[in-house]
Design a protein around this ligand. Structure first.
Ligand code: FE2
Length: 142
């Protein structure tokens, strides 16, 4: 099972859309490595996710701060930051267990997959999309 990118996930902010696309492309490697039981790849992709989300979340949070007027952007910023922080917290739980034994690692990787997929679909379609709408509205008011 893959985490499929489809164009209905486009929110209309280029830099963010292209990061999302790249993220989906790379995390598919993880899901393939779970199927082929490739522990080395699983470990590598966990590391990738950890690093990439830091950059990506920062990009989005800076985007809101730099491009959306405070009064329009503040609610989304707060909601956004909460969800991002929650992802990092929950992800680090998976990371922590990952260090355990081999069998445990496969079990975790399998649980990780649907959790990741749901989180990204839900987050992009609700919070990121809201951000893009607010951004476009606030552009018109300038
Ligand atoms: Fe986001």
């Amino acid at each position: 099972m893959n985490i499929e990118w489809t164009d209905d996930l486009i929110i209309g902010v280029d830099i963010i859309d292209s990061q999302h696309k790249e993220f989906f492309r790379r995390t598919n490697v993880l899901f393939q490595s779970i199927e082929t039981n490739d522990l080395k790849e699983i470990a590598k992709t966990f590391l990738f996710v950890k690093e990439y989300v830091d950059t990506h979340f920062q990009t989005e949070e800076d985007f809101i701060k730099n491009n959306i007027n405070y009064e329009y952007g503040i609610t989304n910023y707060t909601e956004h930051k909460n969800e991002h922080d929650a992802f990092i917290r929950d992800f680090s739980e998976f990371e922590r267990i990952r260090i355990g034994d081999k069998n445990e690692m496969f079990t975790i990787a399998k649980e990780f997959q649907p959790w990741m997929q749901n989180w990204w679909f839900q987050h992009i379609n609700v919070i990121d999309r809201k951000m893009a709408i607010i951004y476009k509205k606030s552009m018109k008011k300038k």
